[in-house]
Design a protein around this ligand. Structure first.
Ligand code: NAP
Ligand code: MG
Length: 520
């Protein structure tokens, strides 16, 4: 594992992952060596009722390290019948004190879980870099925000209050905010641990129980977290975590009659499908955090060097595999040449390579499928007449590394300007006026995020108010905080993660109206 030997078959096999199954006698836990010389125990089973168990069919699938293209391990695959078992466990846990007892128990368990994440931070970060290919710098940031999200949710757990509604002395009315029941959560591969934490935190704080499916290409950190969940004292059945494929395990969650809500992060196409599946099964509630094509705008009066840092963070952070990546850069004409030259130099100066090197900023793309998708978009960009300013190719032919790529001379009808690429590929264009850039920024079915760079607070607020997206970053980018809600407008989805708003997606309001009898 993690030697320099290249198995050329792996590239083809990774591309065809769903076919890559075998029956095996895989142990429920395997020892994995990490590049820092340490090793850890990696669970491989399905986590149901606080135990790792074998799936009914005992099939496994391969987990590949994108930076070496080598196999890390296999994990067991959940199928429909396993999802049924996980849902039964979650339903039983929902009928227990977890949902109806003193929320102090939830506060305590979530605080403990946050502490355990901190105590295991280096192992978790290494697992994430090994499995996803992202740099250790990025993984460490994900781990830190994960524990903060869970700690923040712990603070809410005993403050989920209803209200008393006054309608006169003939009645007494009050509302309760009750949990929904068993929630299905389907997460992507770009932030495996962080997306798990964003989803678990509000669901657990409000007393729900969970069946979560990780992405097929990055199942490892979720399984490691399962051990911490048990150690934190979260009761059996409250959190069930399965590895598996979207079209089988994911579909079983989306269509399940006993799952009351599905929370999904991933592509707009799959989000659309999940909404249909929810509607056609039991009308389960749905929240979707989907794709984006976010504008990152630099005005003439911006602090240019600070703005350039935000442009770099906006598109090259996490190798561009970020739903809110600032993938459309617009620069006002007065500073265009300066910004382009500084941005190009910064992109070319990015250290890319072995994710475990401390000074590497960009690791590998998460999978062979993603690598080929990005390279295809680069070809389309060239074919449609855009100018390749820098990058546009793999770093070498081992590991899924792509150079930071900038395209100029683009027009709004080009695919690279309209479509989510989900990689380190950005377009840059010039604009003249505020009205023009607001119209251009909003010329997308997506609406996840936008960046505005200006030293004029009036302009910043005016533009922030007029851009139709769920997050606006002013003089910063990809800058998250556990207390600040995140989510989309338009085809970027609905529902919010993090912050107080995230709790709304996991409770329903019951109104109790009591007719009073007056006694003389
Ligand atoms: P995807 O299909 O949306 O996958 C996201 C999650 O949904 C994974 O857990 C996936 O399982 C699951 N899934 C897939 N099909 C499903 C179905 N029919 N029912 C229920 N769950 C299902 O995304 P992808 O194919 O991995 O990536 C394609 C593109 O999506 C990317 O290039 C990028 O543009 C976008 N994307 C966006 C985000 C985001 O944060 N908004 C994240 C990831 C990808 P499997 O892992 O088994 O497929
Ligand atoms: Mg992987």
């Amino acid at each position: 594992m993690f030697s320099s030997k290249i198995n050329s078959n792996l590239v083809k096999r990774a591309a065809a992952a769903p076919l890559n199954r075998l029956y095996s006698q895989l142990a429920l836990s395997v020892n994995v060596n990490l590049p820092n010389g340490t090793s850890y125990e990696q669970p491989t089973g399905l986590f149901i009722n606080n135990e790792f168990v074998l799936p009914k069919q005992k099939k496994t699938f391969e987990v590949i390290s994108p930076s070496t293209e080598e196999e890390i391990t296999h994990v067991y695959e959940a199928r429909e019948e396993d999802i049924d078992i996980a849902v039964e466990a979650a339903q039983a846990a929902f009928n227990s004190d977890w949902a109806t007892g003193d929320p102090a128990a939830r506060v305590k368990a979530l605080l403990k879980l946050a502490d355990l994440i901190d105590q295991n931070a280096e192992t978790l970060a290494h697992i994430e870099s090994l499995d996803n290919g992202k740099s250790l710098q990025c993984s460490r940031g994900d781990v830190a925000l994960s524990s903060q999200c869970i700690r923040s949710a712990a603070g809410w757990a005993d403050k989920i209050n209803g209200s008393v509604v006054e309608t006169g002395d003939t009645h007494f009315n009050y509302t309760r905010r009750e949990p929904l029941g068993v929630c299905g959560q389907i997460i992507p591969w770009n932030f495996p641990l962080l997306m798990l934490s964003w989803k678990l935190a509000p669901a657990l704080a409000t007393g729900n129980t969970i069946v979560l499916k990780s992405a097929e290409s990055t199942p490892l950190s979720a399984l490691y977290m399962a051990n911490l969940i048990k150690e934190a004292g979260i009761p059996a059945g409250v959190v069930n975590i399965v590895s598996g494929f979207g079209k089988i395990a994911g579909e079983a969650i989306a269509t399940h009659q006993k799952i009351k809500k599905v929370a999904f992060t991933g592509s707009t196409a799959t989000g659309r499908h999940i909404m249909k599946a929810a509607a056609e099964s039991n009308l389960k509630k749905v929240t979707l955090e989907l794709g984006g094509k976010s504008p990152n705008i630099v005005f003439d009066d911006a602090n240019v060097s600070k703005a350039v840092q935000s442009l770099v963070a906006g598109i090259f952070y996490n190798t561009g595999e970020v739903c809110c990546a600032g993938s459309r850069i617009y620069v006002q004409e007065g500073v265009y040449d300066q910004v382009l030259s500084e941005f190009k130099a910064a992109a070319e100066g990015i250290k890319i390579g072995n994710p475990f090197d401390e000074d590497v900023f960009m690791g590998a793309q998460a999978s062979y499928a993603q690598l080929t998708k990005i390279l295809k978009f680069i070809e389309i960009g060239k074919n449609q007449g855009a100018t390749l300013i820098t990058g546009g190719e793999r770093v070498d032919d081992k590991g899924y590394f792509i150079k930071p790529t900038i395209f100029g001379d683009v027009t709004k009808d080009m695919d690279i300007v309209k479509e989510e690429i989900f990689g380190p590929v950005v377009t840059i264009s010039k604009f003249k006026t505020v009205d023009e850039i607001v119209e251009t920024a909003n010329d997308s079915p997506y609406g996840l995020a936008a960046g505005v760079h200006t030293e004029d607070i009036n302009k910043a607020i005016d533009v922030a108010n007029r851009i139709k997206s769920g997050t606006i970053w002013v003089n910063t980018y990809n800058d998250f905080h556990q207390s600040v809600p995140f989510g989309g407008y338009g085809e970027s989805g609905f529902g919010r993660e993090m912050g107080q708003e995230s709790l709304d997606n996991y409770t329903q309001v019951k109104a109790v109206r009591i007719g009073l009898t007056k006694k003389n």
